[in-house]
Design a protein around this ligand. Structure first.
Ligand SMILES: Nc1nc2c([nH]c(=O)n2[C@H]2C[C@H](O)[C@@H](COP(=O)(O)OP(=O)(O)OP(=O)(O)O)O2)c(=O)[nH]1
Length: 287
């Protein structure tokens, strides 16, 4: 069974590379490289069970279609499996992200089995591997470009404030297109502010509360207008006032069971697995 492994170092934060990897906008046409990838339509990042369609040029003028489904998605990469095609019996792809001091090491591993016995294997040696390398090269360029764009984008920050196993959520009151939908406290990072400054300011303005900001949560989340939403775990600071809805229609502390049932803004829906993980008691994660 042929296996191909390539590595690349991408100079961006791990959460930004994780976002670029799953970003539907990364799946651009690159006809010059003989690759056309298209993620099924929808907002933001791809999640588990979603699919990507490819057309890959195997010989001059000869393109073959491939459809691949993401079987696992997480902070450290994803796995996908392609539907059997005219040439492949099985095709699997695993991408692993590993932060290093010099950027994020992206390792791609593709393994496949061909049809047509020895003839298929010969064609594979002559053509298949070169095609696979070309596809991975195109993906790597797209990943770098998108990671650079996302890293430079205007930022919105959101706070996942957890208390007693519940997450603080807010119901937007404006603009009309999103009024009534749920989000996390936060807002735009103003120039000269750090993410932490912006989160503390937004929580004071929106909730009348003081928060302590902790670790990042989930990948960066591209928003329709070109900015990026970055989430952080947070707790109410000691002595803080009880949060109230200053600008929103209402607040709710939701349990893990209630989380999926809220009408979340689209971007937030992508990180529901990570939000669930924050609400799980620590001891259930051990072992
Ligand atoms: N605060 C927040 N904004 C979110 C979330 N999810 C999401 O898509 N957004 C989007 C909605 C908006 O397009 C943008 C942030 O807008 P905002 O209205 O909260 O920001 P802001 O307080 O700085 O608002 P403004 O000054 O532009 O009026 O991010 C979320 O969970 N929290």
């Amino acid at each position: 069974m042929p296996v191909l492994r390539t590595t690349a170092l991408v100079d961006a934060e791990p959460e930004t590379v994780a976002a670029a990897l799953r970003d539907r906008r990364q799946f651009v046409d690159d006809p010059a490289a003989g690759v056309r990838m298209r993620a099924v339509d929808g907002p933001g990042l791809l999640g588990a069970d979603e699919s990507i369609s490819f057309h890959v040029r195997v010989l001059p003028g000869v393109w073959i279609p491939l459809r691949t489904v993401l079987t696992e998605v997480g902070a450290s990469g994803f796995r996908s499996r392609s539907r059997p095609g005219p040439f492949f019996e099985r095709l699997e792809h695993q991408v692993t992200l590993a932060p290093t001091g010099a950027g994020v090491l992206v390792t791609d591993e593709v393994s496949w089995t061909t049809r047509f016995g020895p003839l298929g294997r010969l064609v594979d040696v002559l053509i298949g591997r070169r095609v696979a390398l070309r596809v991975l090269g195109a993906r790597e360029r797209a990943l770098r470009d998108r990671a650079r764009e996302l890293g430079a984008a205007r930022r919105v920050v959101g706070a996942a404030i957890v208390r007693d196993g519940r997450l603080l959520t807010q119901r937007r009151s404006f603009p009309v297109e999103v009024a009534g939908r749920w989000e996390l406290p936060g807002g735009r990072v103003e120039s000269g502010e750090t993410d932490w400054d912006a989160l503390r300011r937004e929580c004071a303005e929106e909730l009348g509360a003081e928060v302590t900001v902790l670790d990042r949560v989930g990948p960066d989340l591209p928003l329709p207008g070109g900015s990026v939403l970055r989430l952080y775990e947070a707790v109410l600071a000691e002595g803080s006032a009880e949060p109230t809805a200053v600008e929103h229609q209402g607040l709710r502390w939701v349990s893990g069971e209630e989380l999926d049932g809220l009408d979340w803004l689209d971007a937030d829906r992508i990180v529901l697995p990570e939000l669930h993980a924050l609400l799980r008691p620590l001891d259930s994660e051990v072992g």
